[in-house]
Design a protein around this ligand. Structure first.
Ligand code: MN
Ligand code: MN
Length: 335
């Protein structure tokens, strides 16, 4: 039993101690450990809510995502039934609470989020974020990628590499990764986008990607090759360097994930959505997020449930790598 498992404080509340529908819903029933908590220095992976959708260009609502994700996350149990990874035994995980945006000021919101994640990075905590719209990922990358251009795997039905909207808007959820590449936060040659589909404004984002070396795997190629083959290529592109994972729930087909602002048909199933997340095992993931869940369009809660299920898969990948050593039985870290 590792140190994380031996310390009950960092274990989630069991469904056998308190029914899953009862109690205050933190992410995955973990302890809430804010920056002023005496045990913040022990946290290795911080689950964080980013309740902000100031970058949304179409149907809004992801500002309500973290509450809904936390609620549905109470159904997550402690052991991954597919990989048998037990993340809460491998790493000390906690709910760090929400980053506080300024709902009336986009630029101030970006600054507030960057400052929050800079504190997370300085504390040596790996962040796993529930959004929020996809612009939330830009201030996270500004904090995590400063001074070290990160690799990135992006699951999304849109590239989010557009330059400008309405002639003036350089910061919205269609532009974050154009800015991140421009600002040197991402290494475009270690950056792969998987799942692109739907109608487009044009080919300008594709042309930008090609000009800087970003690999785009469109949905037709994904369906033709399958999740395993595509993830093998993605793993080779990012290698074992520091890598961020950003997961837009609209990667998944709207049959499975209707509760999002900009759905695109013809996408992966919920099973394929899990497969690609498991395909991250062994990578050097320094942070991850799940964005664009919009509760007002998620009548059944099923989109949020898929979202937190994917957060759990990414948490397993992060915890497994933190907890892995040659002495850890049952953990196989792919090279
Ligand atoms: Mn996106
Ligand atoms: Mn998208």
């Amino acid at each position: 039993m590792s140190g994380a498992a031996a310390d009950r404080f960092f274990q989630p509340v069991s469904g056998f101690d308190l029914p899953r529908f009862a109690g205050i819903p933190t992410f995955m029933r973990l302890p809430h450990v804010g920056f002023d908590h005496p045990r913040i220095g022990e946290v290795q992976i911080g689950l964080i809510g980013a309740p902000w959708d100031g970058g949304t260009t179409n149907r809004p609502g992801p500002r309500h995502g973290p509450r809904q994700l936390r609620d549905l996350s109470t159904m997550i149990r402690a052991v991954n039934g597919a990989t048998w990874v037990a993340p809460f035994d491998l790493a000390r995980c906690a709910d760090l609470g929400d980053v506080a945006p300024n709902p009336g000021d986009l630029m101030d919101s970006l600054a507030r989020m960057e400052a929050f994640y800079a504190r997370v990075r300085a504390a040596g905590i790996l962040p796993l974020t529930g959004g929020g719209d996809h612009l939330c990922t830009l201030p996270i990358l500004r904090a995590l990628g400063r001074g070290r251009a990160l690799g990135m795997i992006q699951f999304d039905s849109h590239s989010d590499l557009n330059d400008v909207y309405f002639g003036t808007s350089r910061y919205n959820h269609g532009t974050p990764f154009r800015r991140a590449v421009e600002e040197g936060l991402l290494d475009p040659k270690r950056y792969v986008i998987i799942g692109i589909r739907g109608t487009a404004y044009g080919r300008e984002d594709w042309e930008f990607a090609a000009s800087v070396g970003i690999r785009i795997i469109p949905i037709a190629e994904f369906h033709a090759r399958g999740a395993g083959d595509v993830m093998q290529e993605a793993r080779e592109i990012v290698g074992l360097g520091e890598t961020y994972v950003t997961y837009d729930i609209d990667f998944v087909d709207p049959t499975f994930a209707p509760g999002t602002g900009t759905p695109e048909v013809g996408g992966p199933s919920s099973w394929q959505a899990l497969q690609v997340a498991r395909g991250l095992r062994g990578l050097n993931v320094v942070g991850a997020d799940l964005v664009e869940v919009s509760p007002p369009f998620d009548a059944s809660g099923g989109t949020a449930w898929l979202g937190v299920s994917l957060m759990f898969e990414m948490l397993c990948v992060m915890a497994e790598r933190l907890g892995a050593s040659p002495q850890t039985p049952g953990v196989v870290v792919p090279r």
